[in-house]
Design a protein around this ligand. Structure first.
Ligand code: NAD
Length: 228
């Protein structure tokens, strides 16, 4: 079976009603990302950070996967599919994708603020002030903030290096190190990029660009790859 990697960003979930940040002038649902998605923000005002992620979690739990998420699942009929997502939502899993690697964490989980290896599921949508890990520290969202290391990067690189087909979808490729992943594609890998924006790919690889929204471009590409 050929190995196919889907590398998704916020645009993948846009048609489920979750806003991307680049399309909203660098804001994430009206918040400046540096005031809610950095370790400094957590130190300065952890209550605001908890509130921001509680709002995002509530919104995510109320939304549903879209056609593009389901197309990723369809591809499993013929390919060994691995999804590498920058998204913190769980829409790939809810659509039924079997292998999903979350580069930037998962909003439906919490982690200890003193030991990142302690990760817990969150019951419902709210993580509260006073919710503690087993070592007694405040729980924080299980997401990778700007300026923090990306623990799953090595696993993602391994998947990229081995992939025969790579579909990059709904990402402005501005957030590093995630954006650098495509440079690990092997020379003969076939690359597709589905995004309606004018994204500068600036890589030395042959990429088939599909300038469509995820919900149109991915079902079409998936149909083509399944009929090959
Ligand atoms: P980004 O906001 O920088 O870029 C979004 C991209 O999606 C743009 O290239 C845009 O042209 C494209 N896009 C917009 N609508 C689309 C559609 N309908 N179909 C396909 N593409 C569409 O997002 P990014 O590159 O993923 O990086 C931002 C970071 O923000 C990520 O690390 C992620 O963790 C975080 N984020 C996550 C979510 C989520 O989990 N759903 C939402 C917003 C931001």
């Amino acid at each position: 079976m050929e190995r196919l990697v889907i590398f998704s960003g916020a645009g993948m979930s846009a048609e489920s009603g979750l806003k991307t940040f680049r399309d909203s002038g660098g804001l994430w649902e009206n918040y400046n990302v540096y005031e809610v998605a950095t370790p400094e923000a957590w130190k300065a005002n952890y209550k605001m950070v908890l509130k921001f992620y509680n709002e995002r979690r509530k919104q995510i739990l109320e939304t549903k996967p879209n056609k593009a998420h389901y197309s990723c699942v369809d591809l499993e009929e013929k390919y060994q599919v691995n999804v590498i997502t920058q998204n913190i939502d769980d829409l790939h899993e809810r659509a039924g994708s079997k292998n999903v690697l979350h580069l930037h964490g998962e909003i439906i989980k919490s982690q200890s603020s003193i030991d990142s290896s302690l990760v817990y599921p969150i019951e419902g949508w709210e993580l509260k002030q006073g919710d503690l890990c087993e070592k007694g520290s405040q729980l924080r969202p299980h997401v990778v903030w700007f300026g923090e290391p990306v623990p799953k990067m090595d696993d993602a690189i391994l998947l990229m290096v081995r992939a025969d087909i790579i579909i990059i979808i709904g990402t402005s490729l501005q957030v590093y190190p995630a954006a650098g992943l495509i440079n690990y594609a092997k020379p003969n890998a076939k690359l597709y990029f589905v995004d309606p924006g004018n994204i500068d790919l600036s890589i030395e690889k042959d990429v088939t660009q599909i300038k469509e929204k995820a919900g149109v471009g991915l079902p079409r590409l998936s149909k083509m790859l399944l009929s090959k």
